[in-house]
Design a protein around this ligand. Structure first.
Ligand code: 5GP
Length: 190
């Protein structure tokens, strides 16, 4: 199978990376397909199984770990497992497309390590932890407890930014989207 490229977008929850990834997916010239992760949490809001995530039980997730089906996986929050199935990347490459990932920083760096030539790893930086808090509260899809858990993790994640190929500062979403587009376009050209 001909390998396509891998575009990893990682950031603390609430940094705007999902919006940026959606924007890139809408640009037909980039020929991107979203890597649907397996996850053990319950669907939120309008999320659809097989589109946003493959929602599976913890039991099934652990079976996939045992049979080494994951390229990477993480217990991102306690009892919330997320992972990239090898079959997902193969599915997208078989379509002749490039894969775009919206995953946490540890997973993103792991993909970069596994596929150093094929991967562009981008870190999306929020303006500040305070701003992140405001954004997560506005989204109001999680309980106060869960928001605090995400904020605590964000500080640790911010420290990993220098390990990424590129950093996008998301102070202004339109500028960040355009910056992301140009980075990806440039990476895909060779
Ligand atoms: P959420 O619950 O908000 O959808 O995602 C929580 C975090 O898990 C986000 O940072 C998201 O990017 C990350 N995530 C989603 N899928 C994967 C995956 O397959 N692997 C890893 N390592 N993290 C993931």
């Amino acid at each position: 199978m001909k390998k396509g490229k891998l575009l990893v977008f990682s950031a603390p929850s609430g940094s705007g990376k999902t919006t940026i990834v959606r924007h890139l997916l809408a640009q037909a010239d980039l020929n991107l397909e979203f890597s649907i992760s397996a996850a053990t949490r319950a669907p939120r809001g309008q999320e659809i199984d097989g589109k946003d995530y493959y929602f599976i039980s913890i039991e099934d997730f652990k079976k996939h770990i045992k049979t080494e089906d994951f390229i990477e996986w993480e217990e991102v929050y306690r009892d919330n497992f997320y992972g990239t199935l090898r079959s997902e990347v193969e599915r997208i490459w078989a379509l002749g497309k490039n894969v775009i990932f919206d995953i946490d920083v540890a997973g993103g760096l792991r993909i970069k390590r596994k596929f150093p030539e094929e991967t562009l790893a981008v870190f999306v930086k929020p303006p500040s932890i305070d701003e992140l808090k405001i954004r997560l509260k506005k989204r109001s899809t999680e309980s106060e407890d869960k928001i605090n858990m995400r904020i605590a993790k964000a500080s640790v994640e911010l420290a990993t930014a220098p390990q990424f190929d590129k950093i996008i500062k998301n102070y202004d979403l339109d500028i960040a989207k355009e910056e992301a587009y140009l980075l990806v376009k440039d990476f895909l050209k060779d």
